[in-house]
Ligand binder design. Structure first.
Ligand code: MIC
Ligand code: SF4
Length: 644
């Protein structure tokens, strides 16, 4: 029996466990990446481990999220991360160099290697044939220290691509179609592996758009084969030596199979407020647009930007529309500047933003009240844009540009003939904004520069044998980490300061949560299905930890958030009988007796609802390692204990 591509790479990196679906496996990590909004915590955690120099083949720190410096906090964080990089042998991508996933694909990604990143869109690297996985900062810190990364051995879904995309139909439409079919929780516990004759018709940046948004499926990661197209891309990046051909065996066995005929796809949009609420332009109907934003790690490659420039050429942005464009990297922006495409965009009236996440994470460009905003991004969760009632539609760059001109949601096929857009034979290569590690002998003398906003991270207490706590919050299905720990220009600068950022925890769901949780001292949160979907931010676990949350009971959990809860010493449990969800109310007194033995002895925990005189069976899908971690009080305590 042959192997799928994902299985081959996982097997080659396996250090513990058996490759059986659902079993915990540990893999060796070749590369790590961090970004600034999760990076400060990850590096504080790395420092706490006391490892002098990173042990990976390559670790890179990017500054791309918190780039609006409307106070000292973000600049202090950048300086802190830069100095940590110097001290510990990490590459430092300076602010202005671009979005982590775009730059990593261009300059560092290598087919067949493993990468974990403290950002949920790390699977962008799957576009170049890597196993690239989003993780919490603590997991990335452990990997930098040479530790393995633990995941549940995933199912492998084969997505067979047939045919070729029609003119003006984009890679974005492929992943929106997958989202429409599988939903935002359809990928949990799975790797999405693309294959079939259609693969060779897609360039590496197009493949990366598809793997990037696999994060919205909840998937562990997504991957494309490494083939002649990959080779050409790496050659154009001056990195041909990094190429290895990689594909699945002909007799590989998959757990699920989906077929997509690229020739039959039409331009699509994900409607408010979920990436899987996908419709065609005709289904949506005539929609007047207030704002268009082009960029983000999903759609900011040179190829995307060249298409946009072609559409905007000689035209003017509609008077009722604000168009902003953020090219994904310095390489892209500089090439646009040199070949005249940037001038075309400026001429048309586009507002050019720096190469960073920007509006995607609410760092500026929030739309007007009730504003309709078309964005080439990957997430349209309620409030994420910074405008609570903003209506965000996720679309391709082609649809975005066409609509910016017409003022209405426009099917780009109305643009008529499409020229052939080709990647350059050679990209503009200049890594002068990436600071390389210094000589090991000089690292000792480097001083780490900390600002006053950088506060120590909270560490859980060891697990107690009786957990008696009230329900401090009850929420519904598909709660995102943007609900739990909102982002945006005002809150993101507090990412290095858990006591301060905790004041905003769950504020979008319930403004009183912070106060109530503090008053209760110890509490339990109750959620619906797919709890914690979206970002990898461990702040969505660290803030509840700081506020005394001991456990979360949900119908089901998103992968990264569940791992972050355990890493933070918070017990995730799922209802054995989902109907029990309806019987728990805010402030109900919940009790777990003999918690330690219940945790260690099986996969079920009995929770008593003292207020209602009811008893529930809760499932705990935890590996023995995770149970030990909870007993110790989270990953940091556990790592310290193991080191003794
Ligand atoms: C996101 O797109 O939600 C983010 C911001 O990139 C997050 C990371 C973070 O919260 O800092 C992610 O995707 O993991
Ligand atoms: Fe940045 Fe947005 Fe990508 Fe997150 S999804 S890494 S905020 S561009």
């Amino acid at each position: 029996m042959g192997y799928t591509l994902a299985q081959k790479i996982l097997k080659a990196h396996l250090v513990e466990g058996e490759m059986k679906v659902g079993e915990e496996i540990a893999i060796r990590i070749d590369q790590t990446l961090t970004q600034d909004a999760t990076g400060t915590m990850a590096y504080l955690e790395f420092e706490a481990m006391g490892v002098p120099r990173v042990k990976t083949e390559k670790s890179v720190a990017y500054i791309d999220h918190n780039t609006l410096q409307n106070g000292f906090e973000n600049a202090d964080d950048h300086r802190f991360i830069g100095s940590v990089c110097k001290k510990h042998g990490i590459y430092f991508s300076r602010p202005g160099n671009g979005i982590c996933h775009q730059v990593h694909l261009e300059r560092f990604g290598i087919p067949g290697k493993t990468l974990i990143g403290s950002d949920s869109h790390t699977p962008t690297g799957g576009g170049i044939g890597m196993i690239a996985i989003g993780a919490g900062g603590m997991d990335v810190a452990v990997a930098m220290g040479g530790g393995a990364y633990y995941i549940k051995c995933p199912k492998i879904v084969k997505v067979e691509l047939l045919g070729k995309l029609s003119p003006w139909v984009a890679a974005k439409d492929v992943i929106l179609e997958v989202l429409k079919r599988m939903s935002v929780k359809g990928g949990v516990g799975k790797i999405i592996e693309y294959c079939g004759e259609g693969v060779k018709t897609l360039s590496v940046p197009e493949r990366a758009t598809i793997t990037n948004m696999g994060a919205e499926l909840g998937a562990t990661t997504s991957i494309f084969p490494s083939d002649e197209v990959t080779k050409e891309f790496l050659k154009a990046q001056g990195r041909e030596e990094d190429y290895t051909p990689l594909s699945a065996d002909a007799d590989a066995v998959y757990d699920e199979h989906i077929t997509i005929n690229l020739s039959e796809l039409v331009p699509l949009a994900a409607c408010p407020h979920s990436p899987d609420n996908v419709k065609s332009v005709s289904e949506i109907g005539r929609l007047k647009v207030d704002q268009v934003c082009i960029g983000s790690c999903t759609n900011s490659s040179l190829l995307d930007m060249l298409k946009v420039a072609h559409i905007l050429k000689g035209k003017t942005v509609h008077p009722d529309v604000s168009l902003s464009i953020a090219p994904g990297s310095k390489q892209v922006l500089n090439m646009l500047a040199k070949n005249g495409a940037l001038s075309i965009m400026i001429e048309a009236g586009a507002r050019i933003l720096e190469s960073a996440c920007g509006p995607c994470i609410g760092m500026g460009q929030s739309p007007n009240s009730k504003g309709i905003s078309l964005r080439t991004f990957n997430r349209n969760f309620e409030g994420r844009s910074g405008t609570k009632d903003g209506q965000i539609y996720l679309v391709s760059p082609e649809m975005a540009a066409a609509s910016a001109l017409s003022g209405y949601l426009t099917d780009p096929r109305e643009l008529g003939d499409m020229p052939e857009f080709k990647l350059p034979e050679i990209f503009d290569i200049n890594d002068n904004m990436i600071v390389e590690p210094i000589e090991e002998s000089k690292m000792d003398t480097v001083e780490v520069l900390r600002g006053p906003n950088i506060k120590p991270f909270p560490v859980a207490e060891p697990f107690s044998d009786t957990i008696s706590a009230k329900c401090s919050l009850k929420v519904g299905d598909n709660i995102t980490t943007d609900h739990i720990m909102p982002a945006g220009a005002k809150i993101l600068p507090l990412r290095s300061n858990i006591p301060e950022i905790s004041k905003h925890c769950f504020a979008v769901c319930d403004e009183d949560f912070y106060k109530r949780a503090l008053e209760m001292k110890k509490s339990i949160i109750v959620g619906g299905s797919n709890y914690g979907q979206g970002s990898s931010r461990e702040h969505a676990a660290l803030a509840p930890l700081y506020l005394g949350v001991k456990a979360v009971i949900a119908k089901s959990f998103a992968r990264i958030h569940a791992a972050n809860l355990v890493n933070s010493g918070i017990l995730p449990m799922s209802f054995d009988n989902e109907a029990d969800y309806d019987t728990i109310d805010l402030s109900d007194e919940l009790l777990i007796e003999n918690a330690k033995s219940q945790l260690m002895d099986g996969d079920v925990i009995v929770v008593k609802n003292v207020t209602k005189s009811l008893e529930y069976k809760m499932n705990i899908a935890l590996s023995p390692r995770q149970k030990d971690m909870l007993l110790a009080g989270g990953l940091i305590n556990y790592t310290r204990e193991c080191a003794k």
